[in-house]
Write a protein that binds this ligand. Structure first.
Ligand code: SF4
Ligand code: SF4
Length: 439
């Protein structure tokens, strides 16, 4: 075997890792830690309202903001940003998302681990093979059934308010749409993680297919490189692969989710004979050459396209941040109704009609008061004033502004409206029409 350059252990930390780490220290422990982190994020998001789509109330909760479904710009920028996050990750890092952060992969691997644990437990309890098999399977399915209810509950909490959902679960509600959906998600989860698991990733997963379209020659790969014919054909890299492939057949296999388990396996086997592993995360070239590249190339910025797509992603994130920052919790809009310019009231005063649109996007009720400035004696004919708007309520209504008849046909006025939500106020400038005075 030739004395090849030591392998870079991780494409981000290439120069910092030891060339041959002790067995058991590799990508897998890091990946499992990342799985745990993703699982915690999955749990926390809906219960903290950091991200949640409340379908019954038609609200979108995002980063602490409560957004109405009708607030198109926020939803648009949020969806475009998420779409570009997926595109950037897919173009730069291939299917790393699948191996490290996808819930399907995380729960499939967890399910396989629980199944193996249940089989080991059964082995301790009985020596009879048929009973052992039945006991192991039964234990696994019982645990999976409980886990499916829990996972389905968390998943449904992204779409239905968690307390409402808990009430439905406690009542064993199978009559409402929410209850039926919850039961269906539980069943699908159970079947998925007992029968389908990673088969989903290699057959119907849309991200997997999209990845094939987005990937180019600069995307991150898991590649087998063996210029010195050092492979001892132990097949450990094949045995550990949860996707059931042999990475030695080529790096462009659609099933590969870039988990890195085969890298760890090969490193471990060949470390015993003092040779570096033959499988690596790679940008296409040799691993030794990649380790000497500047940091931005090792982080995946290998051509201008990467910078452009990252720039677009950051632009959408900035637009989203700005939209949220400029967002008014109470929307107030007034426009003059010019169907008739003015009407003369029985008491001789003049009225102009105004149309108002109000929307309370905040989570609490607000009071809105309206008054007129710039025309002596002018008043708002609106009952009640202030008016109360419930959370999420919208109101479209017309009212009159009345003023004593005057000399001028055109009178600039300011209609001010103020909400009880932090005293926010706005004003609409318009002309108040009076009849022409005949001498
Ligand atoms: S080939 Fe290696 S990196 Fe790809 S899925 Fe299998 S174990 Fe993971
Ligand atoms: S683990 Fe390494 S040495 Fe063993 S078969 Fe795979 S590539 Fe060859």
């Amino acid at each position: 075997m030739s004395a090849e350059a030591p392998p870079a252990r991780h494409w981000l930390l290439a120069e910092k890792r030891a060339p041959l780490p002790p067995p058991g220290r590799g990508h897998r422990p890091f990946r499992k830690l990342f799985h745990l982190l993703c699982f915690l994020v999955f749990l926390v998001l809906p219960f903290s309202n950091l991200m949640r789509f409340d379908i019954p109330r038609q609200r979108f909760f995002f980063a602490g903001f409560e957004v109405l479904i009708s607030e198109f710009s926020i939803l648009f920028f949020a969806l475009m940003f998420l779409m570009f996050v997926i595109a950037v990750v897919a173009i730069m890092y291939g299917r790393v998302y699948c191996g490290y952060a996808c819930p399907q992969m995380i729960f499939s691997e967890a399910s396989t681990a629980v199944e193996a644990w249940a089989a080991r437990m059964a082995q301790k309890w009985t020596a009879q093979p048929a009973a052992r098999k039945a006991l192991g399977k039964g234990l696994f399915l019982a645990i999976l059934a409980v886990a499916s209810v829990f996972l389905a509950f968390v998943f449904m909490a992204y779409f239905i308010e968690p307390r409402d959902l808990l009430g439905r679960l406690a009542r064993f509600d199978l009559a409402s749409v929410g209850g039926i959906m919850g039961a269906s998600v539980t069943l699908v989860t159970f079947l998925d993680f007992s029968l389908v698991k990673q088969t989903f990733c290699t057959t119907v997963c849309p991200y997997g297919y999209m990845q094939g379209m987005l990937q180019d020659k600069h995307s991150l790969l898991v590649a087998y490189q063996d210029p010195a014919n050092a492979c001892i054909d132990c097949r450990k890299c094949v045995r550990v692969c949860e996707m059931g492939i042999d990475i030695r057949k080529g790096p462009y296999q659609i099933e590969c989710v870039h988990c890195g388990d085969c890298i760890d396996a090969c490193d471990e086997v060949l470390a015993k004979v003092g040779h570096p592993g033959l499988i690596h995360y790679s940008w296409g070239g040799s691993v030794a050459a990649a380790a000497k590249e500047p940091w931005y190339r090792r982080w995946g910025f290998r051509d201008p396209k990467r910078f452009v797509i990252l720039f677009v992603m950051v632009a959408y994130l900035t637009a989203l941040g700005l939209t949220l920052w400029l967002r008014k919790p109470v929307l107030m809009r007034l426009t003059p109704d010019r169907t008739t310019l003015f009407t003369v009231l029985p008491d001789g005063s003049v009225a102009n009609r105004v149309r108002m649109n109000l929307a309370n996007r905040s989570p609490k009720p607000v009071q809105i008061r309206i008054w007129v400035e710039g025309l002596p004696g002018a008043r708002v004919v609106l009952d009640p004033n202030p008016l109360t708007l419930a959370p999420g309520a919208a109101l479209e209504r017309s009212f009159d502004i009345a003023a004593p008849a005057g000399d001028r046909e055109l009178n600039p006025i300011r209609v001010v409206f103020q909400s009880s939500d932090r005293g926010a106020s706005d004003a609409a400038e318009m002309n108040f029409f009076m009849p022409t005075r005949r001498n």
